[in-house]
Design a protein around this ligand. Structure first.
Ligand SMILES: NC(=O)c1ccc[n+]([C@@H]2O[C@H](COP(=O)([O-])OP(=O)(O)OC[C@H]3O[C@@H](n4cnc5c(N)ncnc54)[C@H](O)[C@@H]3O)[C@@H](O)[C@H]2O)c1
Length: 269
């Protein structure tokens, strides 16, 4: 997981245009709707019975200012009962367990997980982000069965995205500046493409899982980008050519993690 900076999350979850509104326009679903679909739960699932504790972690490069508060706000928007623990690290974890938290969310420089205490199962951010953005792309495209989709970036998020898109019936292509990484994903049925720019210019359904600012001039008219990659920036040409660009620096991935984590308990009931 790439470490976020406070600047990247300063507007989470209150962006200029609310994320739910942007997602409704692009994909016809809210964050919660996408997260429920990603977790395989019905649209009317009540999540209010879940107690979530967000534990700030100080190790490595330390606490990202605003991160725990942002995760807390995201989880509350899903209708869950959430708070940030007073203690940090092991203290915070212990506090969460003693308070009877069902789900504990915490991140260091490398991992961000939602841990379901009752079921002793974790959902990590790469999985949640890939799944959320794959579901968003599927909805924005009106289904992916038999359609060509390009995954840009064959790292942690891209590798999961390839598998989810394959499961959705897409004809999946993958590209990476390190071609060998894309090639490795052929084990899941994805077709590797060597020339990143050419691949982008020849596809209109794209999941961008790379820290790549894509020049607008290589974007095909009518493209739909499901784009978790940060830094996130599309120039004027790119924005005018793209039919839809789905992005936020944290909320979709974190929401999928929390809802999927709750799903472990719901599916057992
Ligand atoms: N929006 C969110 O909620 C969210 C959550 C997790 C990760 N991210 C972002 O998603 C991206 C992927 O995350 P990750 O954990 O898989 O990272 P990663 O480092 O594991 O993978 C990134 C991959 O992109 C490739 N790459 C880099 N520049 C490229 C370029 N110009 N063209 C093609 N490929 C290129 C790298 O070789 C690497 O394989 C990162 O930008 C990360 O910050 C966003």
């Amino acid at each position: 997981m790439t470490r976020l900076t406070p600047d990247m999350i300063k507007d989470v979850p209150e962006d200029k245009i609310d994320l739910d509104t942007r997602l409704m326009q692009a994909a016809g679903k809210t964050v919660k709707g996408i997260a429920l679909e990603a977790a395989g739960l019905p649209e009317d699932t009540d999540l209010s019975g879940f107690k979530v504790a967000v534990v700030p972690i100080t190790s490595g490069l330390g606490i990202i200012s605003g991160f725990s508060a942002s995760v807390d706000a995201i989880v509350k928007r899903l209708g869950m009962d959430s708070h940030v623990t007073q203690g940090t690290d092991v203290n915070g974890f212990t506090e969460a367990v003693r308070e009877g938290a069902d789900i504990i969310m915490m991140a260091d420089d490398n991992m961000f997980i939602a841990y379901n205490v009752r079921e002793m199962r974790e959902t990590d951010n790469s999985w949640g982000t890939a799944r959320g953005y794959a579901v968003a792309l599927k909805n924005a495209a009106g289904g992916l069965e038999g359609k060509k989709v390009l995954v840009i970036g064959a790292g942690m998020v891209g590798s999961w995205a390839v598998r989810f898109l394959m499961d959705m019936g897409a004809d999946v292509y993958v590209t990476d500046i390190v071609y060998e990484k894309a090639e490795r994903l052929s084990q899941y049925g994805a077709k590797p493409l060597r020339d990143v720019s050419k691949a982008i210019s020849e596809n209109t359904l794209l999941l961008n899982a790379a820290p790549f600012i894509i020049p607008g001039e290589i974007i095909a008219e009518g493209s739909i980008f499901s784009s978790p990659g940060v830094p996130h920036y599309f120039d004027q040409v790119g924005r005018s050519r793209a039919k839809a660009i789905i992005h936020d620096p944290l909320e979709i991935g974190a929401a999928v993690m929390a809802v999927n984590s709750a799903g472990y308990s719901i599916k057992k009931e």
